[in-house]
Write a protein that binds this ligand. Sequence first.
Ligand code: SF4
Ligand code: SF4
Length: 390
Amino acid sequence: MAGAPTWTSGGRDPGRECILCGRCLEVCPLFLATGQEELSPRAKFVLTQTLAKPGTKLSEKACADLAGLCLSCGRCASVCPQDLKGADLVAALRAAHPGFATWLWTQWVAKAPLLWPRAAGLARLLPDLPEGLASRLGALATAFSGLKSMADVWTETPWLTVEAFSATGQGRPLALFAGCAALYARPRWKERAEQLLASLGFSLLSLDFTCCGGTLGQAGQPDLKDRARVRNLSLWREAGRPLVATLCASCQHTLGGYAADPQAGQEWKAALVPLTGLLEETAFLSLESAPRDVYYHVPCHDEGGGDFAFLRRALLGRVQTTGQGQCCGFGGVLRLGAPALADRVNARLWSAASPAPGSQVLTGCAACALRLAQTAPAGVAAGHWLDILA
Ligand code: SF4
Ligand code: SF4
């Protein structure tokens, strides 16, 4: 069946065409992990350009297949001279051609308040699926593995303490945007962030923020993404437009996009600040229990490198990255639809970093922290940087 080319207006600006420069090949984690050009952003744009020509028929299956093959990491957009965005193109395809993986991911995120706390409680009790059964269950097996990834496997003793807080807050009102993972799966991240903010002297407001909407938009649910933005901005305005601190790079990235909303604009942009940006003047001290080797995983949606700079300062320089351009392979819809591809991306990261047993890998993105914790090699602990705070 020929699919209606709704994606031509939703994901691709007809005025901008791929010029085949190949810059996106240098950054796309899917291409770098597989070497398969057909998975690259360039192939996605060239294919959709070709298929958009009059008389070309695009099959429903071709659309659905293409829609599944993207991590929505946004790396291609950061280098494309034509300002083409692979993640937006794929989001439009997913909206026009929703499949089972997209539906399942949307349910998982939209019902996070109900599902995630139960999953976190159950996850340690779930057995591993036998290999044969896992391959037969497809996306359901990955969903099962996603449930297991909610298990909290961080058991290390916290080893970073605050020596002296700066007086950054001075009583100013501030709301923490904790994000879904800290709200429903790792409440200690939220508790520690709030303790830090209170100690900095901010007057903490408790706003009932919902999901930032980023992953819902990537899954081809623009209405749900818009609803999240409208609700979060409305809460912020009603609270008197306070500062908003984030603890997740992906949330920060999506929330930064709210600045295009006429109801938010530059005032919202100025109010939004990563938690690490508020800790610049605070002095930290590493305890004796600190591991010898500490790595930082730079999230795909990291903007400005503020979290890594903070950790370097707090740990007196004794932290290195797991390697430039590495992606954890979290993947959302892709991980449900093509788990083997997501796993290859993840394996490339661990192979590049090859952390020794006893080392710790930290990050500033909630999704990366969950994925890294689930896949870390034996003897290596991985988590959010808030996990190491005593
Ligand atoms: S968003 Fe990421 S995975 Fe998707 S095409 Fe662009 S670089 Fe590749
Ligand atoms: S960077 Fe942009 S213009 Fe260049 S090949 Fe990739 S999609 Fe095409």
